[in-house]
Design a protein around this ligand. Structure first.
Ligand code: KIV
Length: 306
């Protein structure tokens, strides 16, 4: 019997949609490259979001508006090379779904060809045409409401959204429109918990919160925030489960210290020539390296596993 292709053994968008009402929250984390995807997948997350937060946390930009579809395609492909079991969701960056329907579908397809099993885009009723066109191309779509960072200038900054009745109602109406259009899940970012609860109780697809309180059907955090790799800003909703920046600084400082103190590399971290080769080399060129005369031959192994 033919083996199921790797992509189909993954968590799928319909499987994520089926979390609704099951009582088990959806766990989503961002990742932007193969090693972070491998780590997130081994930890057992359901969804890996290759978010456009790539811009801030990896590429050093101040906002997500700088990231392009080329950047996103590159990083979705890197995550896909880790062959995670989790569903890979590729974030459509600013202007990749705002200009024309044809561009929108082409850009979504680029992320799918790079390895995503679904795409995410920001906005509600305003984006229904884009959502519909992508769905018509058989690509699952995740919505994103509340604080939508691609609208940072229009929103006047990174602020909690849906604080008054009218704004809260608009978020609920947007969520209903996205769910009715066929989105399989909706991210709710930085909204009061009462608003997130109302949306969650109203729509029939899972809500995945970030800064939206506990009444969502799932939660997402950014990889670098969760692990304490991003230290410049810590929004209130981030819980740090590790301090990897501290550990990394300490490790690199110890490496530097060992190099400067002549303690790295040690003999067992070194390839040695066979005795006869080493002896001839010493005879011809001379040597003051004590290790060279005690040498044995090494096979050169691949520096890193494939
Ligand atoms: O880009 C991203 O990381 C996101 C999450 C904050 C949901 O959109």
């Amino acid at each position: 019997m033919a083996e199921t292709p790797v992509a189909l053994r993954r968590v799928t968008a319909p499987a994520v949609a089926a979390f609704k009402g099951r009582g088990t929250p959806v766990v989503m984390v961002t990742a932007y490259d193969a090693p972070s995807a491998r780590i997130a997948d081994a930890a057992g997350v359901d969804v890996i979001l290759v978010g456009d937060s790539l811009a801030n946390v990896v590429l050093g930009y101040d906002d997500t508006l700088q990231v392009t579809i080329d950047d996103m395609e590159h990083h979705v492909a890197a995550v896909a090379r880790a062959h995670p079991h989790a569903l890979i969701v590729g974030d459509l960056p600013w202007l990749s779904y705002h200009v024309s329907t044809a561009d929108t579908v082409t850009n979504a397809a680029r992320l799918v060809r790079a390895g995503a099993g679904a795409v995410k885009l920001e906005g509600g009723r305003k984006r229904l045409e884009a959502v519909q066109a992508i769905l018509d191309a058989e690509i699952p779509v995740m919505g994103h409401l509340g604080l939508t960072p691609q609208s940072v200038h229009a929103l006047g900054g990174f602020r909690v959204q849906g604080k008054d009745l009218e704004a809260a109602r608009a978020i609920v109406d947007d969520a209903v429109a996205l769910a009715d259009a066929g989105c399989f899940a909706i991210v709710l970012e930085c909204v009061p918990d009462a608003v997130a609860r109302l949306v969650t109780d109203t729509v029939e697809v899972p809500t995945i919160g970030i800064g939206a309180g506990r009444h969502c059907d799932g939660q997402v955090l950014v990889f670098h925030d969760l692990l304490g790799l991003e230290e410049r800003v810590t929004p209130k909703f981030v819980r740090r489960y590790a301090n990897l920046a501290d550990d990394a600084r300490d490790a690199i400082a110890r490496f530097a210290d060992d190099v400067r103190g002549g303690r790295f590399p040690a003999s067992d971290e070194t390839y040695h020539a066979a005795d006869n080769v080493a002896d001839v080399m010493i005879a011809v060129y001379g040597s003051n390296d004590a290790n060279a005369s005690a040498a044995t031959a090494d096979d050169v192994e691949a520096p890193h596993p494939a």
